[in-house]
Structure formats: C-alpha cells, structure tokens
Write a protein of this length. Structure first.
Lengths: 379, 249
C-alpha cells in the first residue's frame, strides 16, 4: 500500500495551490461581499483544465483521475470555497452525462463544459424533497418528439450559468423518475435570486422555475423511467467534491490556528507555549489527517468503483467523517482565536461559517449514516 | 531559436523547518528556484514569439528525473540531465553545464536565473559564459528577439540599460522579467512523455574539479530587538513610519 503521491499528483496539487494563492486570495473579500466569483477567476480555472479534470480526453477532459481532482479541489477550497463549490457541482452534472450519456449527448454537451465555456448543474432537490424520489413533483409530459417539463427545483448550483442541466422529473409514460439534459437559459427557464447562505459564498444556490420547457426526447439521459441509477450516482459522486471542499476548509482552519497560536502572546510568550492550546492544535491535526486520507481514498475509489451502490456507501461514510471533522476543526481553531475569531477581520470567522455547510448539503449526516447502516446490516 | 535553460534542483524552501538553528531537509520535496522558473518562462515566451526549441539543462542528483517534470510541464520541450550525487559548488556546476552545452548542436541562447533559490551565488552563468567564450548579459528584465540578435534590458540600481546582443550568448534574468506560468493539468500529465536524456560525468569527457568554496552555514541573521522606547502616540506613529509600516493594510 503506497501512500506516496506521484510527481504528477504533487504538481497538480501545487498548480491548484499556486493559482488559489496568486489569483483567488486577493479577491476573497470581494467574493464574500458580492457572493459572486469574478469571471476572470472562472476563466483561470478553465485554462488550468479544472472544469474537465477527471473527464475523458476524448470529450476535452484532462483524464487526470479523481484522486487529482480531490487534491486540486482541496487547495482551491483552502483559499475560497465559492470557486470550489462551482467546480464540484459542475463536475457532478458533467460526470452524470459522461457516465450515462449516449455518444451523441456526450459529443454535444461535454467539450464546451470540459473547457469551462459552459458550466453544468445537477437538479434533483425540490421544495418538497431533498432525497426521496417518490416525492418528486416536476413533470415531463411526452409530446411527440419532445417532453414538456414543468416544476420547481430548489438549492441548485450553477443554475445561472449557461450549460447543461441534468434534471430529474416524473416521466409521463412510465410514471417514474427520469433524468433529462436541459439546456439552461432556454425559453420557460428562469431562476430566483440566490439564497443568502451562511457560507460558501460565491457558489450560488438558486431555485429554478420550469414553465413549459420543451426538451427533445433525445435528451433523456439513460432510459425513460430509469432515472434512479443516475440519481444514485449523483448522490455518491457529488460527495467527492463536497468532501474536498470540507477538507480544504479543515486545512484552512488548521493553518489559521497554528499561525494565530504562534503570533498571539500572553504574558510575554506565544500562546502556543500553553498546553491548552497545544492540545487543540493536536486535535486539529488529527482531524485533518483522518479527513485527508478518507477524502483521498474516496477519490481513488471513484476511478473504478465496484458498483455505484458500493461506492455510495463509501461516499456516505467518508462524508460523515470529513464533514464532521471540518466543523470540529473550525471550532477548535475558533476557540484558539477567542473573541477575535468572532470578527470578520479574521479568516477563521469565514472558515467557521464555511465548515457549517458541508454536513448539511448533498444529504444531511443522519441520511448518510442510514445509507452506511443499511449496507452493513441489510446488504 | 534554440534555447538552453539551466535550472538548479533545490529543496522546496517553503517546506524547510529549522531545528536547533539547522535546516531539516529530510523528506523535503525537490523543486526549482523561483528565478530559474522566470528564466524558463522567458525562454518559452521567446520560443512562442520566434519559434525554436527550449531545452532544460540540470546537473544534480538522480531525483532530477522526477523534478524536471515541473520544467517540462511549464513549456520546456526536452531535458538534459547530468546526474551526479553530492553537493555541487558553483565552479563545478558551471563546468558540467558548459560541457553538456558543448555536446549540443546549434545552441543560440543559454538562460539562467540571476541566482539559485538556495545559495544565490550568482556565479554559474558568468563562469559558463567564460568557459564557452560567449558574451554575457546579467540582470536582464526584458529580452526581445530581433532578427539574429537579442535586445536586452538590464535593470540597474538607478537606470535601465538597453543592449543589443549577438547570438550565441548567455543571459541571466531577474525575478521581475515575468510571472512564471502555472501549467495546466494537461501540460502536467504530458510532461512525463517529453524527451529526457540523462548523462553522467564520464559521458561529458571532463574531470570534475575539486570544490573551491565550502558553505559553512546558511541561516538568516539573528537580529536583536530594536527596543525603541516611545512616550507618545506621535512618537509611536513616527517610529512605525520609519520602519516602513504605513498603517493598517
């Protein structure tokens, strides 16, 4: 079992870190205030192939594998979670097309998305359901060579950017959940103002309103009435990106805690000299190390899963650990900062808010535990 | 234009820890110095403007075979590596680099960073130029190809000097010549497939001279606290301004 990163992986990690430090760090405050990632940052990420990092070369991707994806995303999120969230949601939507799309669908939708010219989305959640496909109300009624889609989707990432949207609706002929590829910004498609989130500023979550949106029947992803495997894929693979964002947040908390502990003085010496602070630093280090290897391992497993069901269990397990660890690490780092940590002048305030997001998005922690227990107890 | 960029493999300075006033180099990854990367970027930009090839040339330990991927990802077309273990002093590096260049065909320009990231002796470029009998310009912060010559701007203390340099020549660049590009994922993955030739000292046909200079210590100077006593806020502000702290960042 060799845990050494290859030279290529180290270079990809460094590439992401350098870009984040040089290009993103100077505008983090702007992203926080405006809740928007500047176009030049997205352009820079696209030029580095980060929008197609794990996608096949045949369709314009870099084919670097999901381990490298996790390494890169961690470094981006370490500086700012907004851009990382955009790439994460994009990779989920694009990955669904890559895994379940026909050759024609892949040829039509993947090249521009891999280059970052289009940004993909994945839309399951509705006001009435975040996890139960039986509660879906968005409808897709067959009308000749088209489907007419009506409904509302909630908390959808990247919905304001042009590009493909993998959307779940109840297909009229089968009466079952079906995945469709919708060209965003088409007639009948509109979005709400972004939700004012606690953290992950810059990565928009909006509601999508679909009013008589016409989609070619050829845009069914997979088979009509057979959307569940694609949903299962999405639930699992979405966690690779989410884990990476939480991991980057944990790393940021770690670094801020060490930096503050070495600089802040009490009675003439750095607070790092006091045991109470040392215990917290050790806790944060352990939280980071355990998260890190779980997140990296999930990236490794994602390249060749035994099955989507098996991978879903691994992803759920990993998400609980990494998401919870991010919150705990941020809490320890906040405690080290004391009341200064409550001031937005200090990075830890933003990191603390960002850490709170991971456990609640893409399936709450208790839902993940049910998936894990179900696999262990009932096979 | 065929350009050789001489780069030195060094420990990643950002990952070095100091223990008992000694650097801990165990498990520190190897990389190239920042100004060497500026030199490489300058070469790649010249190639993109005028055509040709960029060859990265390094002398150092066997880890170079991996480290050089960083340069190949950043735009070098191929690599020549002179493998020899142990620390190399500047005169030795210069001999090895010059000998390797002599074995290459049609080299128009040899670029260096003004100083390596670790020792910053700033000697190797001048020594190589002298051994090869080539003209040299140092402190270059701009290089333009014009026909078969180069127009080089030197950044000096209180002026800028513009020179015309006939090729072949040696130029060493400063950090402000450019901002080294960050390679994309695709460029990183393709780097390992670019041509690499490794040589040992025997293949260069030279004997390595004994080191003439030995580095005894390489640490930041210890500075005493200034212990400036201030009695008023105005005194404090003035003291801070004198030290270059202009107020809240």
């Amino acid at each position: 079992m060799d845990f050494t990163l290859t030279k290529e992986q180290l270079l990809i990690q460094k590439m992401a870190r350098d870009f984040a430090q040089q290009a993103i760090k100077p505008v983090v405050e702007q992203i926080e205030k405006e809740n928007a990632v500047p176009a030049e940052i997205l352009q820079g990420l696209a030029e580095l192939d980060l929008f197609g990092l794990a996608m096949p070369e045949q369709y314009g991707g870099a084919n670097a594998g999901y381990e490298s994806y996790v390494l890169a995303m961690e470094q981006i999120a370490r500086v700012c979670t907004g851009p990382a969230m955009i790439i994460s949601a994009h990779s989920l939507g694009l990955g669904a097309i890559s895994n379940f799309g026909s050759d024609e669908q892949k040829a039509q939708y993947m090249p521009k998305s891999c280059k970052g010219e289009h940004i993909a989305s994945f839309a399951f959640t509705e006001p009435g359901t975040g996890s139960d496909p039986k509660q879906l109300t968005t409808s897709a009624v067959k009308d000749g060579d088209y489907y007419v889609i009506n409904g509302t989707k909630r908390f959808i990432s990247n919905a304001s950017y042009p590009g493909p949207l993998v959307l779940f609706a109840i297909e009229s002929e089968s009466g079952k959940p079906t995945a469709f590829i919708v060209d965003k910004l088409c007639p009948g498609y509109s979005v709400s103002q972004p939700w004012d989130k606690l953290g992950w500023h810059g990565g928009d979550l909006v509601d999508i309103y679909l009013k008589d949106v016409k989609v070619p029947a050829a845009n069914v992803l997979g088979q009509a009435g057979d959307g569940y495997p694609i949903l299962q894929y999405g639930i699992a693979y979405g966690k690779i990106g989410m884990n990476s964002v939480a991991l980057g947040t944990t790393l940021a908390a770690y670094e801020e805690a060490v930096h503050y502990a070495k600089e802040k003085t009490h009675r003439g010496q750095p607070i790092a000299k006091f045991q109470a602070i040392q215990l917290k630093i050790a806790e944060i280090a352990m939280l980071y190390e355990s998260s890190r290897w779980m997140a990296y391992r999930l990236g490794f497993l994602a390249n060749k899963p035994k099955s989507y069901r098996d991978f879903a269990k691994e992803a759920a397990l990993s998400k609980v650990v990494v998401g919870r660890n991010a919150m705990e690490a941020a809490r320890h780092a906040m405690d080290i900062h004391g009341s200064y940590g409550l001031m937005n002048d200090y990075e830890i305030a933003r990191i603390y808010r960002d850490a709170a997001m991971g456990p609640q998005v893409e399936g709450v922690l208790d839902m993940q535990k049910i998936i894990v227990a179900g696999d262990i107890l009932f096979g | 234009m065929n350009i050789v960029v001489a780069m030195k493999q060094i420990p990643d300075l950002q990952q070095i820890r100091i223990r008992n006033r000694q650097p801990v180099l165990d498990d520190v990854p190897l990389t190239f110095g920042n100004i060497d990367k500026n030199a490489l970027e300058a070469a790649v930009q010249l190639k993109e403007a005028a055509g040709g090839q960029v060859i990265v040339l390094c002398a150092g330990s066997a880890e170079l075979e991996d480290t050089v991927k960083e340069a190949l990802a950043a735009g070098a077309d191929e690599a020549r590596l002179v493998i020899c273990e142990g620390e190399l002093e500047s005169s030795q590096s210069a001999r090895l680099i010059a000998a390797a260049v002599k074995q290459m065909e049609a080299v128009d320009l040899i670029l260096f960073g003004e100083g390596s990231g670790d020792n910053y002796s700033s000697q190797v470029s001048s020594r190589v130029a002298q051994i090869l009998g080539l003209p040299q310009v140092a402190y270059a912060n701009n290089i333009q190809a014009e026909g078969g010559a180069l127009r080089v701007t030197r950044s000096l203390e209180d002026c800028e000097e513009i020179l015309e340099l006939q090729l072949p020549a040696v130029v060493s660049v400063t950090a402000d010549i450019n901002e080294a590009r960050i390679p994309s994922v695709t460029q990183i993955l393709k780097a390992g497939r670019k041509p690499k030739e490794t040589l040992d000292i025997g293949q260069l046909g030279i004997a390595l001279p004994a080191a003439g200079v030995e580095t005894l210590s390489n640490l930041a100077p210890e500075t005493e606290r200034k212990q400036v006593v201030v009695k008023t806020v105005a005194d404090l502000v003035k003291a801070l301004e004198t030290e270059g702290f202009g107020g809240r960042g």
